[in-house]
Design a protein around this ligand. Structure first.
Ligand code: ADP
Ligand code: MG
Length: 301
């Protein structure tokens, strides 16, 4: 087992940030902590990475207890903190050498630094100071420092927050690449990120794990959740809507109809054709977006 948490609680003064959290992450899994702001994701990650003591419970990384064997835990773990704090005045290579020194890599240090620069795609940028890098490249430096001592477990706290869409895709690809050889726990509040990168998701809300499932399961719920609201100028027969391609079900709704699409189907073109064929005017048509709240509701029923 790579990471285990048993009945973990964390109190900040009177505030209960984690409430009796238990889970296990096996070697090679890429797991998401998915949840809204304030859910307790960062708190759980800091405890796993030995940056913060829990109030109650036990956390182990590769069999080592974070409370009694923090040095062994730190050897086995790479941690990218929230907001990725770095030293803006340091050069990329200088900073990575510094981190290699903290991990006492000795003679291996120079080679590891070169390997990390190549792995994280920093080759064109390593002569710059960190402060002059774009946010996407700073994330790469953050990943490089987390990986430099070749830990088996990576803890990435919102690794893509604040990135532009291109950088986002690149960093997700990099994480997927790295995830082939490592156990990863990453936090996010973006459903698409979970689908793109993770094979399992734990939904965290108000300091508790509300659901824990394979990503494929979430995807199924997510797609099954795809609903189109449509209003015509006349009343239509529900059975006719239900008979359309890709439609799983239909029901009357406020001033119109709710059409539930089957997995992966976009039913809007079929609704259009239906309207044309039956001489109907579409007054409005809206596809409900997949939202975190919907997935929450589906998974925590
Ligand atoms: P997330 O990362 O999911 O947004 P956090 O773990 O950062 O959530 O926070 C969980 C809860 O604990 C929040 O209500 C937050 O305000 C509170 N909290 C976090 N850090 C501290 C702290 N150092 N002191 C007091 N309360 C804190
Ligand atoms: Mg956080």
């Amino acid at each position: 087992m790579s990471v285990t948490a048993e009945k973990v609680s964390k109190r900040y003064g009177t505030q209960l940030a984690l409430d009796d959290v238990s889970f296990q992450v096996r070697e090679g899994e890429v797991v998401a902590f998915l949840g809204p702001n304030g859910a307790g994701k960062s708190t759980m990650m800091k405890i796993i990475a030995c940056y913060l003591p829990q109030s109650h419970g036990t956390v182990k990384v590769c069999g080592y207890d974070v409370s009694t064997h923090p040095l062994d835990v730190k050897k086995n773990i790479g941690y990218l903190p929230e907001n990725n704090p770095l030293y803006p005045d340091m050069y990329v290579r200088e900073y990575l050498n510094f981190v290699a020194g903290l991990h006492k890599l000795g003679k291996k240090a120079a080679q590891r630094v070169d390997e990390m620069i190549a792995l994280t795609g920093l080759t064109a940028e390593y002569k710059k100071t960190i402060g002059t890098l774009s946010k996407g490249y700073r994330q790469r430096v953050g990943l490089a420092q987390a990986l430099i001592h070749d830990p088996g477990v990576l803890i990435l706290d919102e690794p893509t927050s604040g990135l532009d869409p291109n950088q986002l895709v690149e960093i997700r690809q990099l994480i997927t690449e790295i995830g082939r050889q490592k156990t990863i726990i990453l936090s996010t509040h973006i459903m698409q990120e979970v689908e793109a990168v993770c094979n399992r998701v734990m939904i965290i809300s108000k300091g508790r794990i509300m659901a824990d499932a394979p990503t494929t399961e979430v995807r199924r719920l997510n797609k099954a959740n795809r609903t189109v609201f449509v209003a015509f100028d006349k009343e239509v027969d529900l059975s006719a809507l239900r008979a359309l391609d890709g439609v799983a079900d239909a029901s009357a709704a406020d001033k119109g109809y709710k059409v539930f699409a089957r997995t992966d189907a976009d039913v809007r073109p079929h609704i259009f054709r239906f309207a044309v064929d039956h001489d109907l005017i579409i007054l409005s048509m809206e596809q409900q977006e997949e939202s975190l709240e919907d997935v929450f509701r589906q998974m925590t029923r």
